[in-house]
Write a protein that binds this ligand. Structure first.
Ligand code: UT7
Length: 341
């Protein structure tokens, strides 16, 4: 039987036009451009809702993650030159769905007119896109589907407390999308390793709004609908886990740092990125960094990284690409892709 691999054949993205700079944040919380740049590497991030910068603006209905994901999907299809009607499956990776239900994938299916597609949401925080990419890959490899859209989209501004300097400076809004299709060549998504440590759940979470703490006056008064993070603990785990799993994926594929053409790590903190690349023996020139302009966009960081790398020519046919991520759960993983276009 012929072996089928899953190749990424197109990319798309969406970034809101509104820019929230470190200087803007200095006016909102007790922070400084210097602290944010030195401790995280972030200069600015995008936000859907301008009222975060200017509270006097009128309240408009938010467009949500489905809007960003749909725009990214439309661009992805346009670049490939195919209709949404050809899509079999949509995997929507997010921790900021438009609603608890229906799934955001269903809203996107309707928005883009993907008449014959089914779909579902996948929640793994910052690891969401990598997990989704691995799920989509299996549907292609098994022969079940020929065209799968994997979208990573998060509107983190909708769950941030802009009075909490520990978290509000870190995140931005955005979406990225890839199209997976079958190939008989030895290219595309070739290997992966994913892990979970549920003991980490207490260190990065949003406690209310689910079945354990349904929305009530109490949950709102106690600010339980915002992101909570114990930054130091998450930082320590992110550094060690991302490095471990990245080294493991190289070993599993008999690769060394010098064989990697591009390394796209999850963009949570420049210090985590540098430490991981160092442990892998990868030269800094081969590490994609866009945290300075987008911040941490949760499930969108990896596809936005691929989008930037395709556009600036850093990803071309035959490039050895490693993606690595770490997020709430804890969840983490890494994959090896031989880029195919
Ligand atoms: O994407 C999912 C995974 N997430 C991550 O990987 C994020 C991991 N964590 C981090 O990136 C870092 O821990 C942070 C950037 C969140 C924080 O950096 P840190 O170097 O770990 O700082 P810290 O939390 O240890 O705080 C150091 C000091 C504290 O002051 P004291 O107690 O030393 O007086 C904080 O209160 O910095 C203070 N601080 C700030 N100061 C100015 C915390 N946030 C800010 C701020 N501006 N925004």
């Amino acid at each position: 039987m012929t072996k089928i691999n899953a190749a990424i054949t197109s990319v798309g993205h969406y970034l809101p036009k509104n820019i929230l700079t470190n200087k803007d944040l200095e006016k909102i919380v007790d922070t400084s451009n210097k602290w944010i740049l030195e401790r995280t590497g972030i200069s600015e991030r995008r936000i859907m809702d301008k009222r975060i910068i200017n509270k006097t603006l009128p309240l408009n209905e938010s467009k949500g993650s489905s809007f960003m994901g749909s725009e990214a999907a439309k661009e992805c299809l346009e670049r490939r030159g195919i209709s949404a009607k050809e899509i079999d499956l949509i995997i929507f990776c997010t921790v900021t769905p438009d609603m608890m239900f229906p799934a955001t994938a269903c809203l996107v299916q309707n928005n883009i007119g993907a008449d014959k597609a089914w779909g579902y949401d996948l929640s793994a925080g910052c690891s969401g896109f990598l997990y989704g990419l691995m799920a989509g890959t299996q549907f292609i490899k098994s022969g079940a589907h020929k065209k799968v859209l994997v979208i990573g989209a998060d509107m983190m501004s909708s769950i941030l407390n802009y009075e909490d300097r520990n978290t509000c400076i870190l995140f931005g809004d955005g979406a990225g999308c890839v199209l997976l299709e079958p190939t008989e060549e030895e290219e595309g998504v070739l290997d992966f390793t994913c892990q979970v440590d549920g003991g980490g759940g207490e260190f990065l979470k949003m406690e209310a709004g689910g079945s354990r703490n349904p929305t009530s006056h109490k949950t709102v008064d106690e600010q339980m609908h915002y992101v909570y993070q114990d930054g130091r603990t998450v930082f320590k785990h992110a550094v060690s886990r991302m490095a471990e799993v990245s080294v493991k994926i190289l070993e599993q594929n008999n690769l060394e740092g010098k064989d990697v053409d591009l390394f796209i790590p999850h963009q949570a903190n420049i210090r985590i990125i540098d430490a991981t690349a160092k442990r892998m023996g990868i030269d800094s020139s081969k590490v994609l960094i866009n945290i300075q302009k987008y911040g941490n966009t949760t499930a969108a960081t990896l596809p936005l990284g691929m989008y930037d790398a395709v556009n600036d020519g850093r990803l071309t046919k035959g490039s050895n690409l490693i993606l690595t991520t770490f997020g709430t759960g804890f969840t983490w993983g890494s994959c090896y892709i031989k880029w195919n276009y």
